[in-house]
Design a protein around this ligand. Structure first.
Ligand SMILES: *Cc1c(COP(=O)(O)O)cnc(C)c1O
Ligand SMILES: *[C@@H]1O[C@H](CO)[C@@H](O)[C@H](O)[C@H]1NC(C)=O
Length: 355
């Protein structure tokens, strides 16, 4: 959908790049997503963006209007809050429920939404929770959104990065129940975050987004935005079609190993509890038990002192919306992870309440 090269000034540099012009990144992304959908997307449904972050920016900006509100998960990915603030969207949070594998609290959604609610966001596989949603749960999400007359924004930047019992199911599978804006990128699965190539896709087989003018608004907004790098757009087809299965298997097995080791070691640390073993993405949420600690005020205090004393960095839960929790990233070398969690254990012992 997007021009690859400004053709106003042909130059010797542009000539070799003209070859790139015929490699359609949007078509490659459509074909890639079609592997998991019960209907066919075309390149006209795909908008290439500067990473998934720009896809989020576009989705929220085109939905914003005076008085509108949007539903975000808690805990969540904080860029959504920042973007909503920039475009004046009122944010309402629904909880993800740790006892239910961090599923969406669907009843909360129904009581939060009103006639000014435009959309809800689902991040699956989850950052920061490491959860993977089942087909049945995603279907219920779609049915709830349909009932409320709102869109679903599906952040699938960790698509296929799963290593537990559940397979990744794209929200777009339910696009005939409710229109879905699917967001993704090559940053995480292909581990090239600096290449800045993502997508926003209208997974909407009934064409509701076209009929209501949403598609025109998306195009209009992208006309005044910058495009992803030409060379990367040219390369994305190669990347998607020719990356060997071995590459993905190796990463998944590394993540699984790290998730298993991390989860086991966390059980050993007295001042935290981990409600669920992560099944996808690169993160896990653990709850701090402050009553076991002597001189720690809250999650921020814990993280600052841990960094200072043990050179271990974990994210305070408040940064993702949950006070007195921690978000631990396990996407590191397993031996470094073990070392880091051993240090966290030593830290908890040192600061533990004396009986
Ligand atoms: C990393 C991340 C993004 C941003 O992805 P980029 O392609 O690097 O812009 C978006 N959403 C979530 C949930 C992420 O973790
Ligand atoms: C927190 O620690 C206290 C004191 O050891 C204990 O009684 C309580 O059950 C713990 N809470 C949780 C949620 O684990």
């Amino acid at each position: 959908m997007r021009w690859l090269i400004p053709l106003d000034r042909p130059s010797s540099i542009a000539m070799p790049l003209l070859l790139v012009f015929f490699l359609r990144g949007d078509r490659a992304v459509a074909e890639y997503l079609n592997r998991d959908l019960p209907y066919k997307l075309s390149e006209d449904d795909v908008y290439l963006t500067l990473g998934c972050l720009q896809a989020i920016e576009v989705a929220l900006t085109v939905l914003a209007r005076p008085g509108a509100n949007i539903l975000f998960p808690r805990p969540g990915f904080p860029y959504y809050e920042s973007r909503a603030a920039v475009c004046g969207l009122e944010v309402r949070h629904f909880d993800l429920v740790p006892e239910r594998g961090w599923e969406v609290d669907l009843e909360a959604i129904e009581s939060l939404a009103d006639k000014n609610t435009v959309a809800m966001v689902v991040v699956n596989p989850g950052n920061p929770c490491g959860c993977v949603y089942s087909y049945e749960h995603l279907k219920k999400v779609a049915e709830t959104a349909k009932k409320l007359g709102i869109l679903v924004i599906a952040d699938e930047v960790y698509a296929h990065l799963t290593f537990g019992s559940k397979q990744f199911v794209p929200m777009g599978v339910f696009g005939s129940i409710v229109p879905v804006l699917t967001l993704g990128s090559i940053s995480k699965r292909w581990i090239v975050p600096g290449w800045r190539l993502g997508w926003l896709v209208t997974t909407d087989p009934n064409g509701i987004l076209l009929k209501t003018g949403m598609v025109d608004t998306i195009k209009g907004y992208l006309d005044i935005s910058s495009d992803p790098p030409t060379v990367i757009q040219g390369g994305v087809q190669q990347l998607i079609e020719n990356t060997k299965e071995d590459f993905f298997l190796k990463i998944k097995s590394l993540l699984k190993k790290a998730a298993d080791t991390g989860y086991d070691r966390l059980q050993d640390i007295p001042c935290v509890t981990c409600p669920m073993k992560p099944e996808g993405s690169m993160f896990v949420m653990v709850k701090l038990n402050l009553s076991k600690l002597d001189d720690i005020e809250d999650d921020v205090d814990f993280c600052v002192k841990l960094a200072r004393e043990e050179s271990v960095i974990v994210l305070p839960g408040i940064a993702v919306g949950l006070k007195n929790w921690l978000r631990v990233t396990f996407a590191i070398e397993p031996s470094a992870l073990e070392d880091g969690l051993d240090r966290m254990k030593a830290f908890c012992k040192r600061h533990g309440k004396k009986q």
